[in-house]
Design a binder for this molecule. Structure first.
Ligand code: NAD
Ligand code: GLY
Length: 365
């Protein structure tokens, strides 16, 4: 069994790769879960994922006390109301601080369950079982948990590291093509910010990735998780370096906000945001000129958008960027590219370059 450790001293945890475990096609690694939990389990999933994978997961848990909470599906349910409902059910069923929560689903289920685990009786254990590509390479690793507030996305949250992350690459076979591509945006982001060899590998394996070849997906997810795990280990609570993982996100956040959440998927907004970050980097003279075209080719091969939806207004866009929680108090902070495979954080904004980037992307005829 392959495994990566997120090195965080006494809160270190493994990301284990068990293809077939959650989908119920290969139970040979079923003792892996037992190592991370006690006798009492509370699974959170949503109505879509539960229909696919709850029964095989429950089968792995043997005689333990297992309660289940099924959320409605969608970002609209990443709310305090869901936390309240989960906590009500945990209390009513007599769950103590020894209970382990299991998040079975994508990033929404993972973020909600992680936050519920962070606050229930001042913190209980959580195991992440991510079932989307985005959650396997990004949200399940690193301990960021949150729910949304009507005035802002992810505005209520906590850092709460899981006890374990269990990756079953086979769950990705039932994911829609659009959600699969959305996950690939975060993967391109990892390569662009940290590893040129990874970027080249993605270019060379486009077809196998898009046809969801299991071995290829395992290599890719493992590569991305290693990049994320190393960055998280160096800066768990985002005092500095972890912000590199926000490459493309300040622009992307504005695109998501102005297009209306749900119309543009997070990963699609990240893809467009990556293009804007690369364009800004060229205009502010930190990145070589042909890099955005290389990036666009890879994103396009992954069926991701590289141009913005029509009708976005510059003043609104700037405001949405400024309201992004990733902006510092003094002003905007951007992740820029210095190469394909190397990013940097700056609060020295080249105003002229930013103007040109916005003009270029917002004047989409
Ligand atoms: P999601 O959780 O909404 O899942 C996308 C869709 O796929 C849903 O309809 C879901 O029911 C369905 N689905 C999940 N697994 C499936 C499967 N195996 N087969 C078929 N359908 C499946 O979206 P997501 O992209 O996984 O996550 C997005 C969320 O993650 C956002 O709320 C974002 O803010 C959050 N996020 C958090 C972090 C973090 O560090 N905590 C990082 C990135 C994103
Ligand atoms: N998704 C960015 C982070 O985990 O820091």
């Amino acid at each position: 069994m392959k495994s990566i450790t997120v090195e965080l001293a006494d809160r270190s945890y493994p990301i284990v790769f068990c293809p077939g475990l959650v989908t119920g096609t290969d139970g040979s690694e079923q003792t892996v879960l037992a190592a991370a939990m006690g006798d009492s389990i509370f699974i959170v999933s949503n109505e879509t994922v539960a229909g696919l994978y709850l029964a095989p997961l429950k089968k792995l848990l043997g005689d333990r006390k297992v309660d289940v909470y099924i959320m409605p599906d969608g970002e609209a349910y990443k709310t305090l109301d869901q936390i309240d409902a989960i906590i009500g059910k945990l209390l009513a069923a007599g769950h103590t601080r020894e209970t382990t929560l299991i998040a079975l689903g994508g990033g929404v289920v993972g973020d909600v369950t992680g936050f519920a685990a962070a606050v229930y009786q001042r913190g209980v254990a959580v195991i992440q079982v991510p079932t989307t590509l985005l959650s396997q390479v990004d949200s399940s690793v690193g301990g960021k948990t949150a729910v949304n507030h009507p005035l802002g996305k992810n505005m209520i949250g906590a850092f709460h590291q899981p006890k374990m992350v269990v990756m079953d690459v086979e769950t990705l076979k039932t994911l829609s093509p659009r959600e699969f591509s959305a996950g690939l945006a975060e993967i391109v982001k990892h390569a662009a910010l940290a590893d040129w060899a990874y970027f080249q590998w993605l270019q060379a394996h486009q077809d196998s990735i898009m046809s969801r070849d299991s071995a290829c997906l395992m290599t890719m997810i493992e590569w991305s998780c290693r990049i994320k795990a190393e960055i998280v280990a160096s800066d768990e609570t985002e005092q500095g370096r972890r912000a590199l993982l926000n490459l493309g996100h300040t622009f992307g956040h504005a695109i998501e906000t102005l297009s209306g959440y749900g119309l543009v998927l997070h990963g699609e907004a990240v893809a467009m945001g990556l293009m804007m970050a690369a364009d800004y980097s060229v205009r502010s003279k930190t990145l070589f000129e042909s890099a955005p075209a290389q990036l666009a080719r890879l994103l396009t091969a992954f069926s991701l958008p590289t141009v913005l939806p029509k009708g976005l207004i510059k003043a609104d866009f700037l405001q949405a960027m400024g309201r992004d929680k990733k902006a510092t108090a003094e002003g905007l902070r951007l992740v820029i590219l210095r190469d394909l495979g190397r990013a940097d954080l700056t609060s020295q904004i080249d105003e002229a370059a930013l103007e040109q980037t916005l003009a270029f992307f917002l004047n989409n005829p």
